[in-house]
Write a protein of this length. Structure first.
Length: 371
DNA sequence: AACTCGGGGGC
DNA sequence: GCCCCAGAGTT
């Protein structure tokens, strides 16, 4: 842990030497949380009513996803899968359908697999290592579920907590560093409240830009504020701009229905249905890509027609331009190898029904329905 | 440590 | 446009 200059390191930021400053901050934070805790769908009125299952589901959905976005997804998911056993018994396709539009679909796959493990074992994990052994459960989630739903004294440091702690102590470091820092501040028996208080404070008061320090219970002891370092803490890590990539989507129509194909179970949009297609390879034209997709992924000899339109969609690591090409079928081949795709379906784009679909696929449907 | 993995809201 | 969001897994 590196104290941000020009602040002198008054004390070690490592357990147990935070001293009275740390204890005071924890006390103020808990008092603030008692009055200002957000009311959220996964937070029952009585905190002790939190259970591991609903907490697990909410934490998975909340990964890199805003609270407001998760709300309706959480309600629908818990209505359909009220218990870990109910999810374990469900087909993955149905889980992905409920997840459609939420993004990061590997989360749904991991949650499903994790539920099957828990159902087979017959009980939830009871400690940090047990939770971390489940797919999709890392350091943060193990701490969050354990502290919130099981009363374990574990830190749970997310992006909000990093920001609050970085500013409070005028320090910078890795998430692991801040987890140690949070552990040193944990109030025995109220770790869940402490962790959620850090997150709520970071979300509503100690915001990335224009923090509302006048409303912050920690302002009096905030070293970052005192040093005028709030704008630089935590330091921003510049990430490379997402490159623009082109892709083709094939429009095969039959009596108003579109041919959709299910992507392989892992990787980008794993397990979801889409218009057959692919990213353009290096130096490849769109027409060439259409022909290649037909041959390699569908076993069809295809002739691309005039482009029907294009939809743009931004992902974390690329900006996608999906160009839609109706095709004329010239011949049917037997695929030498199993296709990239694992399933095919003819679907009415106006009523796709219970299929797992990405936002991108839905955007393509909307464009095709407009004309 | 750098990528992969979605999608949306705020400025 | 850019940044960030109750991150985790892989390389």
């Amino acid at each position: 842990m590196i104290p941000a200059s020009p602040i002198a390191p008054a004390r070690s930021c490592v357990d147990p030497a935070l001293g009275p400053e740390g204890a005071r901050a924890t006390t103020e934070l808990l008092a603030w949380y008692d009055r200002h805790a957000r009311r959220l769908p996964w937070r029952p009125e009585r905190p002790e009513a939190r259970d591991p299952w609903s907490t697990w589901v909410s934490e998975v959905m909340l990964q890199q996803t805003r609270v407001e976005t998760v709300g309706p997804y959480f309600e629908r998911f818990m209505a359909r899968f009220p218990t870990v056993g109910s999810l374990a018994e469900a087909p993955l396709t149905e889980v992905l359908t409920l997840w459609s539009g939420l993004g990061f679909y590997g989360r749904a796959r991991n949650l499903h697999a994790g539920a099957q493990i828990v159902a087979a074992v017959g009980r939830f994990p009871t400690d940090e290592a047990g939770w971390r052994a489940l797919p999709g459960v890392g350091s943060y989630m193990a701490g969050a579920i354990g502290s919130i739903a099981q009363g374990l004294d574990l830190p749970a440091v997310d992006g909000n907590a990093v920001r609050v702690l970085s500013r409070l102590w005028a320090a910078q470091g890795s998430v692991a560093d801040f987890s140690r820092l949070a552990r040193a501040m944990l109030p025995r028996g109220r770790a869940g409240a402490f962790n959620q208080a850090l997150m709520d404070l970071g979300s509503s008061v100690c915001t990335p830009r224009a923090p509302r320090c006048e409303a912050c219970p920690l302002a009096g002891g905030c070293r970052g504020l005192a040093a005028g370092l709030l704008a630089e803490l935590p330091p921003v890590v510049r990430r490379a701009a997402a490159p623009r990539r082109e892709a083709v989507g094939l429009v095969l129509e039959d009596e108003g229905r579109l041919l959709l194909a299910r992507r392989p179970p892992s990787g980008l949009y794993g397990g979801l249905f889409e218009l057959p297609g692919d990213l353009l390879a290096e130096g490849e034209s769109a027409a060439e890509a259409v022909v290649r997709v037909g041959l390699e992924r569908l076993g069809l000899e295809l002739q691309p027609q005039d482009e029907r339109g294009r939809v743009e969609h931004t992902l974390s690591h690329m900006r996608l331009v999906l160009r839609l090409f109706p095709v004329r079928e010239r011949g049917v081949l037997l695929l030498a190898e199993p296709s990239f795709y694992t399933d095919l379906a003819w679907v009415d784009p106006a009523a796709p029904g219970d299929l797992p679909l990405s936002r991108l696929a839905r955007k393509a449907f909307e464009l095709l329905l407009r004309r």
